[in-house]
Design a binder for this molecule. Sequence first.
Ligand SMILES: [Zn+2]
Length: 222
Amino acid sequence: MQCPEAGKPIIKFNHCQKYIYSFGVPRCCPLCGQDVGSRRLEEAPVSISEPFTNGHRETCSFLLRPTRGTFLREYDGRSDLHVGISSTGGVVYNYTVHGVQRDEVGWEQSVSVPLLRPGLFGLLDQWDKYLEDFSATGAWLPHRYEEGHHNCYSYALAFINCVLATAGEERLHRDEFTEKFVVPRTRRASKYITLYRAIEERGFYVTDPPSPQWAHTGGGSC
Ligand SMILES: [Zn+2]
């Protein structure tokens, strides 16, 4: 079942020696107008996996979404982002100017970083209790909130470090966490958003296949 926030699935297929992306496979190739029905196996369409997941179904994860709106519709690359941590039951804990929020809706289109990697699975049973106890400490009262220094990100990272400390692991610095876990995923999300919007605008999007493949299938020489 698809939730209302979900975008249309993107398909990639091969025609006219190009990669063509669209929402579903069209009957005719948008470049040459020929039927794309009878194709060879290597031209079979593949679906492009979405970089977003429903945060309420991602247990024990670090989640990221635009503060307002959704990635696919409103995000422009500079919009403010909001982050949170999900419980084992899909409740998303996040810190705002109003204190710690426990959201049961609103994170349906999130970028997610799973936190329970091997070595930390033992914490699963205690996860919700840790999250609740951590959120109840005075550090996360509404009046302590500061846009630049004591915000949703500080809250999420402090929780992650609290969990790591409990597991006897080294704490992560903010930049390290961002570079290692967040940036690769947001970069992928940005590419996907660009592709998605291009298809929405023109109906399809075309790229050249990577060059090594050209060398084998292109046939032409220069
Ligand atoms: Zn074609």
